[in-house]
Structure formats: C-alpha cells, structure tokens
Design a protein around this ligand. Structure first.
Ligand code: 13P
Length: 252
C-alpha cells in the first residue's frame, strides 16, 4: 500500500518572515496528522527557517530545484549536499515552469535526478503536457517520453525513492483542474511506463502525485483515484488552512 504524499510548492513566494507565520500555522493545523507524508518546498532563502521550525514535527522539507554538480564555479546555483545540510529530504525537479522558462529538458532533469539520489534526496520529478499537446492527442507520447527521459538509467531501488508528479501544464495556476478521470488515465499510463522501464513490482511501489489547481474542494475526489498517491500543490499551499484541508483529504 503506497503512503500518500502531499507537497506544497511555494514557488517564488514568501519571505522568511512570511514563511515563519505560515509554518507556525501549519504546525497547529497538522499537529496530529500522520496519515500521509507532508513536504514543504519553500524557496531556497526560506529553507533554513522552515527547517528549524519543523524540527520535531512530522512535516518534511523539500527544495524546488538544484544543480547536478556537487560543487564548483556555477554562480547562483545550489547543490544537493547544500540541501541535505539543511535537512532537506526532497527536491522538485523538472517542474514545467523550469522546463518552459529555463529551458530544462529531460536530459538535464535526468542528470539532476541522479545527483539528487546520489546525495540521498528524493526527487519529485514533474511531467505533463501542454494544452496544445493534449488537443493534438499527444498526451501519451509526451508524458511517456518525459518519464523515460527524466528517469533514464535509474535502478529499481532508485525509482522507488523517486516521486513522479503529473502536472498538466494547462491546469497549473489556471483554476482549471484535470477531472479525476483525466488525471487517473495519465497516472495509469505513467505506471505502465514505469513497469516497462523496471518491473511491475517497482511500478506498483512508485508514488505518483497529481498537481494543477488542486484545492480543498477537489482534493478528496482526485486522491481517491487508484493511481493518484497525493498532490503537488501550488497556490493553495500558500495558505495554511487550505493546504491543511488538502493534506487531510489524503487521509485514508
Ligand atoms: P497550482 O496548484 O497553483 O495550480 O500549481 C501547481 C503546481 O505547479 C505545483 O507544482
């Protein structure tokens, strides 16, 4: 049985003092919640603050990006070991905003995924089609290519440490969420792709999140689908009560 995992991707929002009030509120909201893994992914500048505030709680920490090299002359970049040093256990990689605005492709995402795993960070690897690709009937081709390319060369154990996030680009920040059936279809396709890459047993163990306009009102239905193992939440993760409601929707 896969444990559900809900992560909040704060994107480029919240100063460290904003982060402090949000995390304090979340600690109260989710004090007794143990039924799913909960990961906060603030911007780099908030990681140390959030890390300190979640000590001794069941909340976990993730980053939104990293570089694939261990160290060196890469101005403005952050390494996996720097994240580990702040007690980060997860890192979002290949988010569609990074693919779109920073030209990250599957080969680059794959290098980052391998570097993350080598430093014992669990990558949350994002895939998803644009509206144009969906309208052209290319969902299966686009998503399976992203999964195969981003996760190429991983062992079964490494795949099991990886989380895949299906985020249809047209549903991100638009208020237009995929229906639970639309999302389930693609999650099942991702699991089939993982089975081809590794084995049925590995595919059954990998957690696949849905992301794209998840709100308190639609989370329960999405999370009740057989292949949807939680969510990657953008806008609604910036508000403690909304995020906590979504997290609670992941309880069995
Ligand atoms: P929204 O929840 O704001 O649509 O963002 C989804 C997302 O991109 C999470 O990574």
């Amino acid at each position: 049985m896969r444990k559900k995992i809900v992560a909040g991707n704060w994107k480029m929002n919240k100063t460290a003092s904003d982060a402090e009030s949000l995390v304090r509120a979340l600690r109260e909201e989710l004090a007794n919640f143990r039924e799913a893994d909960v990961v906060l992914c603030p911007p780099f500048t908030d990681l140390a603050t959030v890390s300190r505030l979640i000590q001794g709680t069941h909340l976990d920490l993730g980053a939104q990006n990293m570089h694939y090299e261990k160290s060196g002359a890469f101005t403005g970049e952050i390494s996996a070991d720097m994240l580990r040093d702040l007690y980060c256990h997860y890192v979002i990689l290949g988010h569609s905003e990074r693919r779109q605005y920073f030209h990250e492709d599957d080969a680059l995402v794959n290098r980052k995924v391998k570097a993350a795993l080598a430093s014992s960070l669990r990558p949350i690897v994002c895939v998803g089609e644009t509206l144009e690709e969906r309208d052209a009937g290319r969902v299966e081709e686009v998503v399976s290519t992203q999964v195969k390319g981003s996760l190429a060369g991983l062992s079964g154990k490494e795949l099991l440490d990886t989380i895949v996030a299906y985020e249809p680009v047209w549903a991100i920040g638009t208020g237009r969420t995929a229906t639970s059936d639309q999302a389930e279809d693609v999650h099942a396709l991702i699991r089939k792709t993982l089975a081809e890459m590794a084995s049925e047993a590995v595919a059954q163990g990998v957690r696949i999140q849905y992301g794209g306009s998840v709100k308190p009102g639609n989370a329960k239905e999405l999370f009740s689908m057989p292949d949807i193992d939680g969510g990657l939440i953008g806008g609604a993760s910036l508000d403690a009560h909304s995020f906590a409601e979504i997290v609670r929707a992941a309880a069995r």
